[in-house]
Design a protein around this ligand. Structure first.
Ligand SMILES: Cc1ncc(COP(=O)(O)O)c(C=O)c1O
Length: 478
């Protein structure tokens, strides 16, 4: 078992709480990592049931920052008032100092602190498996590999950044965090991370998801976080939207404004964002760093195409950037496809320009593909993809020709997800289903073998009402 003494010294009573899963610890081997699950002698939980892991890699020691490898530097974030490039001081009221350093860093390899690696080791290395049955169902000559992040404690990739963000905030003595969440994956990931590092959490959840996905809210509350439906009467930003559009389904842009407003008014609090920013993308690169190694271990020197869904861009960039490192160093010719929903096509239909990350204009100006800060997407089930903008780093790689984009309708996404579930057993998150749909279409079009990697960013076991709607024929085309 891991020695938790150092954690206890750092975090005090928070670490004495029972593990979120169960009270007594034993060790089991789950795929590659030595995995500590409290109270279980074997893994029987179908939510966590691993597909066979191809290859093995340990938890990476460093995150990968693509900025250091790019010949053309990404445009800087700008101060919303002066429109001058942002400094660390400008960001201090919002973010922990360690995260600000990462946001502005041009270093290629950034060390992952040991307490963060310890939490990662609880669920990483995540599986990379060959989806042979899905390949057969598609009738494709492609070899399809799936990198599955649904193995994390809350069922998605979001934990990779939540743990890091909570850790750096705990180092600065922050006692309260605020954030937004769409479908609830980010909110639940951060709530788990805050429980680990003894921080209080307040979450603004987009109304459409707050109402349609109560189980994610219950999960946030189980870990100790407080959840508000957004827009709320608790903030100026929320009240302004409600005055104009009382029936709005909400949007991530509105929820960001509410969470930022509360954080900047409270000196003990800081804000955290679940995607978009450079430091979030950085944390997610553990996905791709593992996948590059795992693919090699499986006897595939490189991927031909990598598909991932893109809401704010963090899971796709996290998976793809380490593959692009191979491209930038002339070791591979991998192409990357960002798959977004037809209801919120930021890259395929948006403009590449400076815009705010939120509706009220409280965040820095970010150079990104955007549909406009006040764009409110239809309430599709992939709540995590309903964001008007895109990670500036991902947008920059699109502009450099390293990444392409496609938009997929939600019915097409669910059709592919159901086929995937019936063949591979895993029910994908509605967000991830977009990547599966685009990859499936591409795989079907091939007459020669290619190696395809799909980012399966989360499971959809708490999204089953959405599957039920699809199977009952009630879903909007959107
Ligand atoms: C499972 C899952 N995948 C993808 C996303 C989209 O976010 P990002 O593009 O930052 O990975 C979300 C967002 O909530 C999500 O929950």
């Amino acid at each position: 078992m891991r020695d938790r003494t150092s954690d206890q010294q750092r975090n005090g009573p928070a670490d004495d709480r029972p593990h979120p899963r169960c009270p007594q610890a034993v060790q089991v081997t789950l795929g590659a990592p030595l995995y500590t699950i409290e109270g279980f002698t074997e893994v029987t939980d179908s939510l966590a049931a691993p597909a066979p892991t191809v290859g093995k890699s340990d938890v990476p020691t460093h995150w990968y920052n693509i900025v250091g490898d790019l010949e053309v530097a990404p445009p800087p974030h700008l101060h919303p008032g002066t429109r001058e490039p942002l400094t660390a001081d400008d960001l201090a009221p919002l973010f922990a100092s360690g995260l600000i350093e990462q946001e502005l860093s041009t270093e290629t390899d950034i060390e992952i602190p040991e307490p963060v690696r310890e939490v990662y080791a609880g669920y990483r290395t995540t599986p990379l498996f060959r989806a042979r049955s899905f390949e057969k169902a598609l009738g494709t000559p492609a070899r399809i590999y799936v990198k599955y992040e649904g193995m994390s404690p809350v069922g998605s990739h979001k934990v990779n950044s939540a743990v890091a963000q909570a850790y750096y905030n705990s180092l600065d003595g922050v006692t309260k965090l605020t954030t937004e969440t769409g479908a609830g994956q980010w909110g639940s990931a951060l709530s788990f991370a805050c429980a680990k590092f003894g921080i209080d959490l307040e979450v603004w959840q987009v109304r459409a998801s707050y109402e349609s996905k109560p189980y994610r809210r219950f999960l946030i509350e189980t870990y100790g976080g407080t959840v508000h439906s957004s827009p709320s009467e608790l903030t100026e930003a929320g009240r302004a939207v409600l005055a104009e559009q009382p029936d709005t389904p909400g949007s991530l842009g509105i929820a960001v404004s509410e969470a930022v407003e509360v954080a900047v008014k409270d000196p003990a609090a800081r804000y955290t964002l679940g995607s978009v920013l450079n430091h979030v993308v950085l944390h997610q690169t553990v996905i791709g760093l593992e996948a590059v190694e795992q693919l090699r271990d499986a006897g595939e020197p490189q991927a031909d195409v990598v598909f991932g869904c893109a809401g704010g861009g963090s899971n796709l960039a996290g998976l793809a950037f380490p593959f692009l490192r191979e491209v930038l160093h002339d070791r591979a010719k991998t192409r990357v496809v960002a798959v977004e929903p037809a209801a919120c096509p930021s890259i395929t239909k948006g403009e590449y320009r400076y815009d705010h990350g939120d509706i009220a204009g409280l965040t820095p100006l970010l150079k990104m593909h955007t549909l406009g800060q006040d764009f409110i997407p239809d309430p599709i089930h992939a709540g995590g993809l309903r964001y008007h903008g895109m990670a500036p780093l991902l947008s920059h790689t699109v502009e450099l020709g390293l990444v392409n984009a496609q938009a997929v309708a939600q019915t097409e996404a669910f059709a592919a997800a159901v086929l995937f579930a019936r063949n591979e057993g895993i029910v994908p998150a509605p967000e991830s289903s977009h990547a599966i749909a685009a990859a499936a279409k591409y795989a079907r079009s091939l007459s020669e073998p290619e190696v395809i990697v799909i980012g399966l960013s989360g499971h959809g076991q708490l999204d089953l009402p959405a599957y039920h709607s699809y199977l009952s024929g009630e879903l909007d085309q959107a």
